[in-house]
Design a protein around this ligand. Structure first.
Ligand code: NHR
Ligand code: GAR
Length: 216
């Protein structure tokens, strides 16, 4: 019995691909039941089709407000009864309706070392601030944008000649390793959201979660 995932995307889907590859390679004991995109024609949908996974497109622009868009997504997702709902480059802010419905099951990968740089354009902001380190965070999604409890982070060095583009590529390499790793912990029942924060292997984590540094 593998852990059922539903993956939400808005674009290229390289994190989705990393998850699919890890499942295929036997490194991640899970299955992707549905890939849902808020944009038609994106490359991530082609990746899902190539892997034989059902897809749904629910375009936010066809809905009068965020809540009705979110309710339509819930209706599309719930028949698949996911144990974890994965945001992988999903670019729409979710209303409380959605966040409450999937509380404790909804996780996101964000391209910064939270709590630094919630929101958008994180790579440029880290460079502009003169930071020497950047990275990515996987966190439970709550009503507070990019403010939910962090499960794990991967730290990446910032080099003096980095641009937002070169830095984002380095961070994305780590994203593609971190998401399958954390999802496999989750599939094994080792990651839970509690009132006092995230528990990993039964221990409550600090605000930056479990920190990982890979060697280049
Ligand atoms: N929703 C909630 N409630 N909480 C979070 O923590 C969320 C969330 C929805 C998405 C991902 C997040 C990121 O990793 C995420 C976390 C989009 C925006 C945004 O401003 C901000 C953060 C994130 C995703 N979106 C614009 C909007 O109006 C649209 C931008 C666009 O389409 O390009 O929704 O960074
Ligand atoms: C990833 O780098 C992810 O961290 C970031 O978008 C990229 C999606 O790439 N997410 C956000 O910025 C969320 N606001 P992908 O579609 O190739 O996985």
């Amino acid at each position: 019995m593998s852990h059922r995932l539903v993956v939400l995307i808005s674009g290229s889907g390289t994190n989705l691909q990393a998850i699919l590859d890890a499942i295929q390679d036997g490194q991640l004991n899970a299955s992707v039941a549905l890939v849902l995109s808020n944009k038609a024609g994106v490359a991530g949908l082609d990746r899902a089709h190539a892997a034989g996974i059902p897809t749904a497109v629910i375009e936010h622009k066809r809905f009068p407000d965020r809540e009705q868009f979110d309710r339509a997504m819930i209706e599309a997702i719930d028949p698949y009864d996911p144990e974890t709902v994965v945001l992988a480059g999903f670019m729409r802010i979710l209303s409380d309706v959605f966040v409450h419905h999937y509380r404790g099951k909804l996780i996101n990968i964000h391209p910064s070392l939270l709590p630094r740089y919630p929101g958008l354009h994180t790579h440029q902001r880290a460079i502009d601030a003169g930071d020497t380190q950047h990275g990515c965070s996987i966190h439970f999604v709550t009503e507070e944008l990019d403010g939910g409890p962090v499960i794990a982070q991967a730290v990446v060095p910032i080099r003096s000649n980095d641009t937002a583009e070169t830095l984002s590529k380095r961070v994305q390499l780590r994203e593609h390793a971190l998401y399958p790793l954390v999802l496999n912990w989750r599939a094994a029942g080792h990651v839970e959201l509690h009132q006092d924060g995230v528990k990993l292997h039964g221990e409550t984590l600090g605000i930056q979660g479990h920190q990982l540094e890979w060697q280049d």
